[in-house]
Design a protein around this ligand. Structure first.
Ligand code: HEM
Length: 165
């Protein structure tokens, strides 16, 4: 479904364990700003993820068999039921309940510490990204669809002249 350029862009995104400064640097190196980061992360309103992309947060966050303290504990219990420690096959909905619907629900989840990846949770660690998450998580948000269109066009232009993400 995706064109070749879009596929290249997606395959070269940062890894899910990046923290906020790594994410900001990675986006900046492609000419994308902090707003683009928080807006485009909203793409996680749709789709699924393999357990292996986030199970480190559940079972071995600091290498001592512990859990990521920034993850909502009730949500973590549900994720642990779906994803056993070495499971690399199971798919989990990234925006549970509306993973086929493009909406602002992703931000409500992140605000409730239910973002699936470290990179999602990290959006609460920077004032600009946190403010955006909180704005979209409230009924006053309303700008997400428009913002997403603007940032997608910017991301779509990456590499057309400079060789890809
Ligand atoms: C901010 C940096 C990003 C990181 C670290 C990241 C990471 C990931 C990871 C780890 C997965 C799951 C892969 C798997 O285990 O199957 C995923 C899925 C996905 N991501 Fe991202 N992503 C990022 C940005 C984006 C952007 C910019 C978009 C689009 C605007 C996007 C859209 C998606 C979608 C739609 C899926 C689901 C794919 C499917 O259902 O097969 N992500 N992302």
């Amino acid at each position: 479904m995706l064109c070749i350029q879009a596929e290249r862009t997606f395959t070269n995104l940062p890894p899910p364990f990046f923290d906020i400064s790594q994410l900001k640097s990675s986006f900046a190196s492609k000419g994308l700003n902090v707003k683009d980061l928080v807006v485009l992360s909203g793409g996680h309103t749709i789709g699924t993820s393999h357990c292996s992309s986030f199970s480190g947060r559940l079972y071995n966050f600091t290498g001592k068999g512990d859990m990521d303290p920034s993850l909502d504990s009730e949500y973590a219990v549900n994720l642990k039921k779906k994803c056993k420690p070495s499971d690399v096959n199971t798919l989990v909905e990234m925006d549970p309940g509306s993973f086929k619907t493009f909406d602002e629900e992703y931000y409500t989840l992140v605000a409730k510490r239910r973002g699936l990846f470290n990179s999602d949770a990290a959006l609460l660690d920077d004032k600009e990204t946190r403010d955006y998450v909180k704005l979209q998580a409230t009924t006053q948000g309303y700008t997400f669809f428009k913002d997403f269109g603007v940032s997608m066009v910017k991301m779509g232009n990456i590499g057309v002249l400079r060789g890809g993400w």
